[in-house]
Design a protein around this ligand. Structure first.
Ligand SMILES: [Zn+2]
Length: 420
């Protein structure tokens, strides 16, 4: 597969933003695996067992929290593992660090939950995962070895797997994640870079960006980035695939095939979209030191069905978070400003006036300025004081986005109760 289709391979994530310096960055390298049927069977078996463990551990924590109001720690749960392994062969066969890592994922989900409770945001309790949605496991430290010469990956307790090593890895591999996607199996390595890239300071230029529906984005200098509307162009194709899924008999093989096809189509669109975001983010990060977006209440906007299509098409959150990464690499930053009034205020005299969605030109009744609606908004965004987009949030957004391109089977069976 051509390399440019995996722009996520160049994604830089700063780990533990409060503990490590800016320069110590970890890059993700993603490669397609060519596992034998035997290895695939092991992968599937591990995922099934880990999913069950995850749900059981979640159940225990939920009960403890809702019945007794106490929280169980990861340590408490890890301590039970030896006993569980005695009873469960399938878990006993899995590399111990991989099991620990599954519990850690749950722990992270709870940490996020408690953080949201503390910030009095809508918390959203950690959820049970269905088997089809639990699709990766990680060797967090050891148990894997990459032979770059022979293009082979040795996995402890599994065996050797060939991989499509499209580009060499430079640096120290920290973790190894095996991932199931619509079109097969992948490995993702988190690699610590040997030499931090020199930070190039950009000229102190600030730009305001209004993300729009008609055009993808309008800059405060009047430039526009056209909207590729991948999803919209492919809508018919996706709809057709979706209809095929609904026509098939539940749990039949033909249905499974149709679901698979649909997922692949979604995956393709997501990759194209991400590619586009990376390209545009790169251009911006090279040109500007401070890039300002307005703080969009995406959830609120998506509820409005007329706008929903375009907004989810464009995936603003992904774009903003990618731009934040790119800006950071280039020594700049992304800021978010309050959104209230950016479209209704005149960027020249500050007068407010009503601006219904269908009016594309801003004609100020006070000072007479005539300007494209989005251009006017972009200037307002540029002039506002903003808050830097935080690293942890950046990371969350990217991770969240990475999960979205899994097509869902609307009638997938409900989650089985864990049995551990
Ligand atoms: Zn005016």
């Amino acid at each position: 597969m051509p390399e440019h289709r995996f722009p996520e391979a160049s994604l830089t994530i700063t780990l533990k933003p409060c503990l490590v310096s800016r320069e110590e960055t970890v890059k993700a390298y993603k490669y397609k695996l060519k596992p034998s049927a035997k290895v695939v069977a092991i992968f599937e078996a591990w995922l099934a067992a880990l999913c069950e463990l995850y749900n059981a551990a979640l159940q225990e924590r939920r009960d403890a929290y809702s019945i007794n109001g106490i929280s169980i720690s990861k340590k408490d749960q890890s301590a039970q593992l030896p006993d569980i392994k005695k009873e469960r062969d399938d878990l006993a066969r899995i590399h111990s660090q991989v099991i620990q890592e599954a519990l850690k994922r749950l722990d992270l989900a709870f940490q996020h939950f408690f953080r949201r409770v503390k910030e009095s945001r809508i918390p959203g309790f950690p959820r049970f995962r269905s088997r089809s949605r639990y699709d990766s496991f990680t060797y967090p430290q050891s148990g894997f070895k990459l032979d770059q010469k022979r293009k082979k990956l040795h996995l402890s307790k599994i065996g050797s797997v060939e991989l499509h090593l499209s580009r060499p890895i430079e640096g120290e591999i920290k973790t190894c994640t095996i991932k199931r996607e619509a079109d097969g199996w992948y490995v993702v390595f988190a690699v610590e870079e040997n030499e931090p890239k020199p930070v190039v300071m950009m000229p102190d230029k600030t730009v305001g960006i209004d993300v729009g529906i008609k055009t993808f984005a309008t800059l405060s200098n009047g430039e526009q980035i056209e909207n590729p509307r991948f999803l919209r162009n492919r809508e018919r194709e996706l709809k057709k695939a979706q209809r095929r899924v609904s026509r098939r008999i539940k749990r039949s093989n033909r249905r499974k095939k149709a679901v698979c096809l649909l997922a692949k189509k979604h995956q393709r669109v997501a990759r194209q979209r991400r590619d586009f975001h990376f390209k545009e983010a790169n251009k911006l990060a090279k040109k500007y030191r401070v890039i300002k977006f307005e703080n969009l209440n995406i959830k609120g906007m998506v509820k409005n069905h007329h706008l929903a299509k375009s907004i989810s098409d464009a995936g603003w959150r992904q774009f903003i978070s990618i731009t934040a990464h790119k800006a950071e690499e280039a020594g700049g930053e992304v800021e978010e400003v309050k959104a209230a009034g950016t479209t209704t205020r005149c960027s020249r005299c500050g007068q407010d006036q009503k601006m219904p969605l269908d009016i594309r030109i801003y004609r100020c009744g006070s000072c007479g300025q005539i300007m494209d609606r989005d251009h006017n908004a972009a200037i307002n965004i540029k002039e506002r004081k903003g808050r830097a987009v935080l690293s942890s949030r950046r990371r969350d957004a990217v991770v969240e986005e990475a999960r979205t391109y899994r097509a869902t089977d609307p009638e997938s069976p409900t989650i089985a109760r864990p049995r551990v």
